[in-house]
Design a binder for this molecule. Structure first.
Ligand code: PMP
Length: 363
C-alpha cells in the first residue's frame, strides 16, 4: 500500500521508517517482552529511552549545557500560561511582557499572558493582515521586561522569522512549535524555546521546553506545581507520569534525523521544498500566496485559488491523487501545504504536478 503524502499542519506526517520501527517494537521493546506503553516511567528501560532522546536532541540542536531540556504536557497552549507563571516573578524584572504579534499563535500567547501581567505589543503586523514579520528595527521593547515573546513560525498565516533578533538582556522566548529541528537555533540568543510535538517532533501529547538554567526557580507562588520548571527539572521531567510513548516516538524521530544528516540537511531540504512550491505559485495566475517574500514560511505554505468556488473540488481531487489534508485552517480559508521534515521532496513535486494539471483543467 502506497502511503499518501500528508500535508497536515499537525498532527503531521511522520517518517515511515519510524512508524515501521515502532510497529516492530510494539509488543516487545528490545527483548523486554513488554510494549513501551507498558513500561514504568521509573524503570531502567524507560530511563534509557528518555535519556537517549534528550542526548540526541542536544546533539541535533547543539544545545549548550547552559540550557535544560524538559518534556512537559499541555501542548504549546499550556506554555502560554506556564511561561509567564515562571518568568514574571523573577527578581529584577517587572511584570511587563513584550510580544511580537505576527499571527494567530502569537496572538493566543499574548492574550493568555494578559492574565499574569502587563502585555506590551512591541511590534505587530496585524494591520496588514499578518503578511510579514516586522523588522527588528521597528520593535519597541520595554525596559526591564520579564521576557520577550516571538513565534518564529506562524503555522496558520505562514509567516516565519528569518533573522535572529538581538533583544538585549530580557529573556527571549520563542514558540518554535511548527519549525523546530528544521534549522539550527542560536542558543546564545534564545533563552527559552518551546514546541508542541505533533509537527516536527513526534506525536501529540508531549511538549518540549528548552530553558536557560538560571531562569529556573522563580515560579510565582500560584504556579501549579506540575508547571514549575524547578519541579520538572528536579524530577527529571517526571513530576507527574510523563507521556512515555510520545517521548519514545520523539526519540525515534531524533535518531532518524541524525541518520538523515541533522538540522543543516533539513534546512537545505526545506529551502528546496518550499521554493519549489512558492516558485510555482508565483508564476501562476490561478493560485496565490500573499505573504511578503522575505517572511514566507518554509514549513507552512498557505495559498488561495483565485476562484474560491473550486476549493472543495481541489481538496477532493487532490485527495484522490494521494495528496491529503490540504484544506487551509478554518480561520484562514483557502489551502495550506505543510512541508515538515518528514515530507519528502517527491511529495512536493507530486503536489506541484497536481496543481498544474488542476489549473489547466479549470482555467
Ligand atoms: N503554537 C504554534 C505555532 C502552533 O502551530 C500550535 C499548534 N498548531 C500551537 C502553538 C498550539 O499547540 P497545541 O495545540 O499542541 O497546544
Amino acid at each position: 500500500m502506497m502511503r499518501p503524502y500528508n500535508f497536515s499542519a499537525g498532527p503531521a506526517t511522520l517518517p515511515e521508517s519510524v512508524l515501521v520501527q515502532a510497529a516492530a517494537e510494539m509488543c516487545d521493546w528490545h527483548g523486554c517482552r513488554m510494549s513501551v506503553m507498558e513500561l514504568s516511567h521509573r524503570g531502567a528501560e524507560f530511563g534509557r529511552i528518555i535519556e537517549r532522546a534528550r542526548n540526541d536532541l542536544r546533539d541535533l540542536l547543539e544545545i549548550p549545557e547552559s540550557h535544560r531540556i524538559l518534556f512537559m504536557q499541555g501542548g504549546a497552549t499550556a506554555m502560554n500560561a506556564i511561561i509567564p507563571l515562571n518568568l514574571v516573578n523573577r527578581p529584577g524584572s517587572n511584570a511587563t511582557m513584550d510580544f511580537v504579534h505576527t499571527g494567530i499563535w502569537s496572538g493566543k500567547s499574548l492574550n493568555e499572558a494578559r492574565k499574569y501581567g502587563h502585555v506590551n505589543i512591541a511590534a505587530s503586523s496585524e494591520k496588514s493582515g499578518f503578511l510579514s514579520v516586522p523588522e527588528r528595527s521597528v520593535w519597541h521593547l520595554s525596559d526591564g521586561a520579564a521576557y520577550i515573546h516571538v513565534c518564529t513560525n506562524e503555522t496558520i498565516n505562514g509567516c516565519q522569522l528569518h533573522f535572529t533578533p538581538d533583544t538585549g538582556s530580557a529573556p527571549l522566548v520563542a514558540d518554535m512549535s511548527s519549525e523546530i529541528l528544521s534549522r539550527p537555533v542560536d542558543f546564545s540568543i534564545y533563552d527559552v524555546v518551546f514546541a508542541s510535538a505533533q509537527k516536527n517532533l513526534g506525536p501529540a501529547g508531549v511538549t518540549l521546553l528548552i530553558v536557560r538554567e538560571d531562569l529556573i526557580g522563580y515560579a510565582s507562588p500560584f504556579c501549579p506545581s506540575v508547571f514549575d520548571w524547578k519541579n520538572v527539572v528536579e524530577s527529571d521531567s517526571m513530576f507527574n507520569t510523563p507521556p512515555t510513548y510520545a517521548i519514545y516516538i520523539c526519540g525515534l524521530v531524533f535518531r532518524w534525523l541524525k541518520k538523515q544528516g541533522g538540522v543543516s540537511r533539513m534546512e537545505r531540504e526545506s529551502i528546496e521544498k518550499s521554493s519549489l512550491l512558492y516558485d510555482f505559485i508565483d508564476r501562476s495566475d490561478f493560485y496565490r500566496n500573499d505573504v511578503e517574500t522575505g517572511s514566507r514560511s518554509r514549513m507552512n505554505v498557505p495559498f488561495f485559488l483565485e476562484d474560491e468556488s473550486l476549493n472543495d473540488r481541489f481538496v477532493m481531487e487532490a485527495s484522490a491523487h494521494g495528496l491529503f489534508q490540504l484544506k487551509g485552517h478554518r480561520l484562514q480559508g483557502g489551502m495550506r501545504a505543510s512541508l515538515y521534515n518528514a515530507m519528502p521532496i517527491e511529495g512536493v513535486k507530486a503536489l506541484v504536478a497536481f496543481m498544474r494539471d488542476f489549473e489547466q483543467r479549470h482555467w
